[in-house]
Design a binder for this molecule. Structure first.
Ligand SMILES: [Zn+2]
Length: 210
């Protein structure tokens, strides 16, 4: 069986397992989704949102791109955010980076490797410049990349706080609560990088970290 065919075999086995655990699973999921979380993560194949958080289909709305970016002009992430906040009414929006992120590494190397991807990573280069003093003081190159990955997550959470969708929700006294996490490929654990952000003044608390 080749790798592609294996997907269908796995799929049929997964359906059998799910039905055994919960005979109404697909019937219920087909009717509606009521996720409490929006997960904005990296496209990296080693960081699957549902699997690392032990959530099932229907529990997490997901957007992934290289190095978990939240650009104020990216209609893709903004429309996912708007739908999640205004229609699905998610309670939590999570930006989840990961250590050893290839996108962060590529940005830090400053060499043009991939064309369009280099454009995509431009904000990470700005973040690196903003935190130059802290990063240059780190002698271990891997530790420096990992710290840049953490700083990237904090910046993306702050970018979320500036979006009209989040500001308008907060003005109406509504959720979401924003979170910044980082995932370790080495031990599989998630770590919180910032306190929960659910008001403009909580967003301002991030400023000294930027
Ligand atoms: Zn990554």
């Amino acid at each position: 069986m080749d790798d592609y065919q294996r997907l269908f075999e796995n799929n049929r086995q997964w359906v059998r397992d799910r039905l055994q655990a919960d005979p109404d699973f697909f019937k219920r999921n087909a009717r509606q989704q009521t996720p409490e979380f929006l997960f904005i993560g990296c496209s990296d194949s080693r960081v699957p949102a549902n699997e690392i958080t032990g959530t099932l289909p229907g529990e997490m709305f997901v957007h992934r791109n290289i190095a978990n970016q939240v650009f104020p002009n990216d209609i893709n992430v903004l429309s996912v955010l708007q739908y999640a906040v205004e229609v699905l009414d998610v309670k939590h929006v999570i930006v989840c980076g990961h250590y050893e992120c290839g996108g962060v590494k590529a940005a830090a190397q400053k060499q043009v490797h991939y064309g369009l991807v280099d454009n995509w990573l431009s904000e990470i280069r700005t973040i690196e410049r903003l935190h130059g003093r802290e990063l240059e003081a780190m002698t271990d190159p891997q530790a420096r990349i990992n710290r840049l990955g953490e700083l990237n997550v904090i910046h993306q959470v702050y970018n979320l706080t500036l979006t009209p969708v989040v500001r308008q929700a907060w003005e109406r006294g509504r959720r979401p609560v924003l979170h910044g996490l980082i995932y370790s490929l080495e031990n599989g654990l998630l770590k919180e990088l910032v306190p929960a952000v659910d008001t403009p003044s909580a967003a301002d608390q991030l400023l000294p970290m930027l």
